[in-house]
Ligand binder design. Structure first.
Ligand code: C2E
Ligand code: MG
Ligand code: MG
Length: 497
């Protein structure tokens, strides 16, 4: 066994303070000599930085169960490694790693079964501890196993509360198991990425950045300190946020059919900032609600202004990205309805874009919110399709009008038969479900022509236009043609078989 030691220290996400996080004592590195350890090493899940997608799952679990503390914990020979921790400000400092001996996580990994302790003080069975840094304050604990796709239990999704609870309902247990299976999906994606060496990630910051913001943000990326809520509020008050608009076009003709509103921050010192630099943090601290309200209202007003005196824009719609907090806020449909009536925009002129991670885990609530938005008549778009947690299994349950194929698929489509087959399958799925398709990230004529040939009607990407500030975009709308020129090697659309 190597005598190398782990010395990494990462900060917890969520509302925790930014004080350095102790990782606990130092532990020997275990050699991967069993399938279980091999899986942990192959997945590179230990001693690595927190990740937004796993953090999002922990956050959802905590919210769903009204827990005070939640974590994703992996267990190796000597220790528990907390990949992701969420707390409600009560418990500081937090440990990234602690001894596995007698821990709840160890018990869950050993039995591969759920562990539930409604009241630790009243429970006289021999049991260990959830986290050494929280043991005194905790009364309630629930943990479900996290397995990798070959069924080996690697760790646990754990929740704890400062108050005792009644035993969980069947529905709550199911919700927890669903969340743990989302983690399994994420682990599966990691191993696929490792195999293909060609990651499909939704938020690869540099790749996602448009040319307009790439230059100004690259230098910041390494040392970026997230803005505080106060800074975001200040920026909102000073009107430092702006919307850029990227056309969505009919692939065959270049006719503009829609505009996607994409937020930027005109920071007085840092320059033009991409959404990745501030939206995740605004989602975290709740500032996404006022920022999102501003974006929705601004986009609706802007389209209404453009439509005035330009009858040829009658069918043009503007699409706005909704984050999870906006989506789950009570009364979303009423809010949209009153926004439409105050701006005078008709419902079908507004599109709302949501990624799959916005919609889970509460499928029932999601369907009812989506139905109420659908009744209003706004167009519902599933964004970044294919990068979500379990896209295919959920899609048919949601009343989406448009499916936006993630640009990672468009990018790889021309590189081999397998990626091409994936795009064909997505197009076929959309056809069966009666949805329109917008292919994202079209950068080359080759991609455009191929998508056209496959019967994909709509697209968006730098080939047609990057996101533009309102005044530059307005010039594209001046002509009743509203077409974007590009070199066409015209190909008739084929049916997909
Ligand atoms: P998204 O909704 O998937 O938006 C498309 C992103 O792809 C945009 O990045 C756009 O600039 C970029 N893009 C467009 N065409 C191409 C292309 O041909 N190649 C490549 N490589 N990229 C292309 P952007 O503007 O940086 O936005 C990133 C993400 O930030 C958006 O992804 C969306 O999820 C989020 N976002 C943007 N504005 C808002 C907002 O107002 N509210 C919320 N909640 N999220 C927003
Ligand atoms: Mg979008
Ligand atoms: Mg997208």
């Amino acid at each position: 066994m190597s005598d190398a030691v782990h010395k990494l220290s990462f900060e917890p996400f969520g509302e925790a303070e930014s004080a350095p996080v102790p990782t606990g004592r130092e532990y020997p590195v275990d050699q991967p000599d069993t399938p279980w350890l091999e899986s942990l090493h192959r997945l590179e899940i230990l001693d690595t930085e927190p990740e937004e997608r796993l953090d999002a799952i922990v956050r959802m679990a905590a919210a769903q169960m009204h827990a005070d503390l939640a974590s994703i914990d992996f267990v190796d020979i000597h220790r528990v490694w907390s990949k992701s921790i969420w707390n409600s400000r009560l418990f500081h400092p937090q440990l990234r790693q602690f001894p596995r001996e007698n821990s709840f996580a160890e018990q869950i990994v050993q039995t591969g079964a759920m562990l539930l302790v409604p009241d630790m003080q009243a429970d006289h069975r021999p049991h260990g501890f959830y986290r050494p840094d929280a043991v005194l304050q905790m009364r309630f604990f629930a943990g479900v196993p996290i397995q990798c796709s070959n069924g080996i239990t690697l760790g646990a999704l754990c929740l704890a509360g400062a108050e005792p609870r009644a035993a969980l309902t069947q529905e709550e247990i199911l919700a927890l198991e669903n969340l743990a299976s989302l983690i399994t999906d994420q682990l599966e994606l990691r191993s696929l990425r490792a195999v293909t060496q060609n990651p499909i990630t939704q938020n690869q910051a540099t790749e996602a950045r448009s040319p307009d913001v790439q230059r100004t943000t690259t230098a910041l990326a390494a040392s970026e300190v997230w803005p505080t809520p106060e800074e975001l509020q200040f920026a909102l008050d000073r009107e430092q946020f702006v919307l850029f608009y990227q056309p969505e076009v009919e692939i065959a003709t270049g006719r503009i059919v829609g505009l996607e509103a994409l937020i930027r921050w005109k920071h007085p010192r840092r320059g033009l900032l991409a959404p990745q630099n501030f939206i995740p943090h605004a989602e975290e601290n709740g500032m996404i609600l006022p920022i999102g309200d501003w974006g929705l209202a601004h986009a609706c007003r802007q389209l209404q202004t453009w439509k005035k005196d330009r009858p040829w824009l009658e069918s043009l719609r503007v699409c706005v990205n909704l984050s999870a907090r906006q989506f789950t806020r009570h009364g979303l449909a009423d809010q949209i309805e009153s926004l439409l009536s105050s701006t005078g925009l008709r419902a079908h002129h507004l599109g709302l874009e949501m990624t799959e991670s916005t919609l889970i885990p509460s499928i029932g609530t999601t369907v009812s919110v989506l139905n109420s938005l659908q009744r209003l008549g706004v167009s519902l778009h599933m964004d970044d399709f294919g990068t979500g947690y379990s896209s295919l299994s959920h899609l048919h349950r949601f009343p989406f009008d448009v499916l936006k194929v993630d640009r990672s698929f468009v990018k790889r489509m021309t590189m081999g038969t397998q990626p091409l087959q994936i795009v064909k399958t997505i197009l076929e799925l959309a056809r069966v479900l009666g949805m329109d398709v917008v292919a994202e990230g079209i950068e080359t004529e080759e991609q455009r022509a191929l998508l056209h040939k496959l019967g994909c009607r709509f697209g968006q990407g730098y080939l047609f236009s990057p996101p533009l500030p309102a005044d530059a975009l307005e010039q594209l709308l001046e002509s009743p043609e509203t077409r974007i020129g590009f070199t066409t090697k015209d190909v008739s659309p084929l049916s997909i078989s």
